[in-house]
Design a protein. Structure first.
Length: 234
């Protein structure tokens, strides 16, 4: 998902989309695709919107070897995370089950392990979560017995000790059921409904996540990439 306006980083995004914010000398989307490629992911669809032509140019010139990337634009009206995914589904570009992540997230969890954990017999989607250690951020999920029993994007519920990590497994069946076509919508509403129906599986990650949605997040990612433990191959 890389179609948003990036308003919190407006000093960058007046001229470029958030996905192209420079991170230690490289556009973020380039680093993100390198990370996905290093984990064995070979096919990526990028949902674009605001200044999406710049993302298409970057990806066409700097796509990792062995990876195919397709960019799909929302068009003149931004459709939100749910509406954008539904548009991609209706273009017959999605598999029956697919991984879903955000265009401003850099995740160190094993993506393929997350994908392999999903059990279609018990859930219509899987959400990776991490514990809200120290309560520094607002929790948005309750996890019990391997399931997300309640997910709400905006809440102050003290029982929500888990946070959406930014990586999910989604079935096209769920997307077709819960997200209407040709409408602006938020994928969080689908996750909330699935949690209410006990059809949202949980994958608990001990890894932290990085994001470039704020200056603090950008600085933390750059520190991570500069650390001696970061793989030199990427």
């Amino acid at each position: 998902m890389a179609g948003g306006l990036g308003t919190r980083m407006s000093h960058f995004t007046k001229e470029i989309p958030k996905a192209l914010i420079p991170v230690s000398g490289q556009p973020f989307i380039r680093r993100q695709l390198q990370n996905l490629s290093s984990q064995g992911i070979a096919h990526v669809i990028i949902s674009t919107g605001y200044l999406g032509d710049q993302i298409e140019t970057e990806v066409s010139e700097n796509c990792p070897k062995g990876m195919t990337v397709t960019c799909v634009s929302d068009g003149p009206v931004l459709l939100g995370t749910g509406g954008s995914l539904r548009r991609i589904l209706d273009l017959d570009l999605l598999d029956d089950v697919f991984l879903y992540t955000y265009g401003d997230s850099y995740l160190t969890v094993d993506h393929m392990k997350v994908a392999e954990t999903y059990d279609a017999a018990v859930a219509d989607a899987l959400m990776t979560v991490c514990e809200n250690s120290g309560g520094h951020e607002v929790g948005n999920a309750i996890v019990k017995d391997g399931m997300v029993t309640l997910y709400q994007k905006k809440t102050n519920d003290a029982d929500m000790k888990w946070i959406d990590y930014g990586l999910s497994v989604i079935s096209s069946k769920a997307l077709n059921t819960y997200i209407p076509p040709d409408e602006t919508s938020d994928i969080a509403l689908m996750f909330e409904e699935l949690s209410n129906e006990n059809r949202l599986q949980a994958f608990v990650s001990s890894e932290r996540y990085f994001e470039i949605g704020s200056m603090t997040g950008l600085q933390e990612l750059e520190s991570h990439l500069a650390s001696p433990d970061y793989p030199l191959s990427t």
